[in-house]
Design a protein around this ligand. Structure first.
Ligand SMILES: N[C@@H](CCC(=O)N[C@@H](CS)C(=O)NCC(=O)O)C(=O)O
Length: 235
């Protein structure tokens, strides 16, 4: 019913976590970003930002033509509204979930992403850049830890806000963080890791990319494809 254009990265895991939780029928359409498959015209037609994940829902709730959605946060909201799950309808609780979802989309994801880039992938190790993003990641971990001190999950019951944040905390070691400094975050991480749907979502990663778990950039060719993109890639 749903095509998931996916590669096993933190933003990809968010969506498999949702689909596995909700038990929705879906088919994975791999987008090998190291091989440049994100630039294929048929993918750009549904994901104009040349980034995965993206979905195509062949049975939308209005009964009309298929709907495609790109951007992981928009996909999570779409799927939550389609299924009536993991996003409360009550105005107050919904506002809290959306706050933390957007916090992840605008803060934790991009900052931890830059952390990975400068510490692990940049050919030149620039101490200022590494320190800036390691510190900012640390600050964001502190914000989340404080929230989790008084909440079982990020915004009340288990929600799309948790699914958005979790894959970005899993690689805490690669982000030069110490999870033991954040006891509430650690408790939350372990709780979500033990959910059967999370286990199924992460098990898929290895099936789709046998190199999952190894360094994401292994060749000069992959580096060229992923870094240094300009407007020409979408023209
Ligand atoms: N804001 C986007 C970010 C997605 C994103 O950055 N995806 C990466 C993998 S995690 C990607 O597709 N990269 C391909 C490329 O850089 O060309 C979202 O949350 O969906």
């Amino acid at each position: 019913m749903i095509d998931l254009h996916y590669w096993p990265t933190p933003n990809g895991h968010k969506i498999t976590m949702f689909l596995e939780e909700a038990g929705l029928a879906y088919e994975i359409r791999p987008v090998n970003i190291g091989a440049g498959e994100q630039f294929r015209p048929e993918f750009l037609a549904i994901a104009p930002n040349n980034r995965m994940p993206a979905i195509v829902d062949h049975k939308p709730s209005d009964g009309g033509a298929p709907i495609s959605v790109f951007e992981s946060g928009a996909i999570l909201v779409y799927l939550a509204e389609k299924t009536g799950r993991f996003l409360p309808s009550d105005v107050r609780r919904k506002a809290k979930v959306l706050e933390w979802l957007f916090w992840q989309m605008g803060g934790l994801g991009p900052m931890a992403g830059q952390n990975h880039h400068f510490a692990l992938y940049a050919p030149e190790k620039i101490p200022y850049a590494i320190e800036r993003y390691v510190k900012e990641t640390n600050r964001l971990y502190g914000v989340l830890d404080k929230q989790l001190a008084s909440h079982e999950f990020v915004a009340g019951a288990y929600s799309i806000a948790d699914m958005a944040c979790y894959p970005w905390i899993v690689p805490w070691k690669r982000q030069s963080q110490n999870i033991d400094d954040f006891p509430h975050l650690k408790r939350w991480l372990e709780t979500i890791r033990a959910r059967p749907a999370t286990e199924r979502a992460y098990a898929l990663a290895k099936e789709v990319n046998p190199n999952f778990g190894k360094p994401a950039i292994r060749t000069e060719e992959e580096r060229k494809i992923l870094f240094g993109q300009t407007a020409s890639v979408v023209r």
